[in-house]
Design a protein around this ligand. Sequence first.
Ligand SMILES: Cc1cc2nc3c(=O)[nH]c(=O)nc-3n(C[C@H](O)[C@H](O)[C@H](O)COP(=O)(O)O)c2cc1C
Length: 318
Amino acid sequence: MRIGNVSIAHPITLAPMEEHTNYPFRLLCKQLGASLVCGERVDGSDVAKRDRRALKLLHTTPTEKPAVGQISGNDPHVMAEAAKVVAEQGFSIVDLNFECPIRRLIGRGEGGALMADPPAIARLVEAVVKAVDIPVTIKIRSGPDAERETAVEIARLAEQAGASAVDVHARSVAQSYVGGPDWTVVARVKQAVKIPVLGSGGVREAVDAIRFLKETGADGVAIGRGCLGNPWIFQQARSLILGGAAIAPPNNGERARVLLQLVEGEFDFYGSHLAAKRLPRVACYFAKFLPDFASFRDGVQGVKTVHEFKRLVREHFH
Ligand SMILES: Cc1cc2nc3c(=O)[nH]c(=O)nc-3n(C[C@H](O)[C@H](O)[C@H](O)COP(=O)(O)O)c2cc1C
């Protein structure tokens, strides 16, 4: 697949997830086989102002290329400025978020609120396409709610306005993250446009990713919650899609190695104070399968250093 001038090696990609798809996590997914990785949504107005926290969230290096930086907002001028910053940071692609269901954003008429206003999305895409040289993509949902499906209309308008790909989360904004996705909307969008179509929703195992691509005809699948604690899903799905053999789940040693790499990456990236605060949640995703998970979960509370964490992992993963 090619998104504008960016070539993507295969269809198995990482979906953006707030609080999860930070730089260390994206590197891991890349190493374990994701072809394209996307950073979490950042407020376009903060990015345009070059707010320090926003720039931190938009950290990237050539190692993770091709990578996507995602912004949200509803002012074409501000979004154009923010997209320039995303390009300057070194991202290969800038993605515009029209899917986020959180109340704060909806209240401001941003994110998922724009699924009810296709012409506004077209204006935003046009302004951003004019402002940057890198490809511009959009992330949408099926529509504002079950009654209104606007995805096809928005995809067509965005294509006309110069978008290089569209990524459909196969749920409505009203559904938030609850309830089954409806993959048929992705198939309808794929039929309606010539630009590449990616999609997400409900992919939990490698075989789901293959089924998603087959049933929707999409050019790519973006894996969301299915990779939390299980980044091996990328190599498993990649192998299946490229016609290789099924790859067995990792053993405890491999799980421990990857978890430690992520945690060390987080301590480097966030500093020890914030990384230690995040640690129980990050680590528990990887430890869920342990027979003594409850004792791991208790043990990780209060861990302050990588050294202490290594000891805990040694005790539980071997
Ligand atoms: C915790 C969480 C945070 C998310 N944050 C973002 C985000 O920042 N930007 C975005 O476009 N989508 C975001 N999503 C949606 C995912 O990219 C993806 O479309 C969705 O999770 C797919 O559904 P699945 O998790 O059932 O596979 C988020 C999803 C979750 C679960």
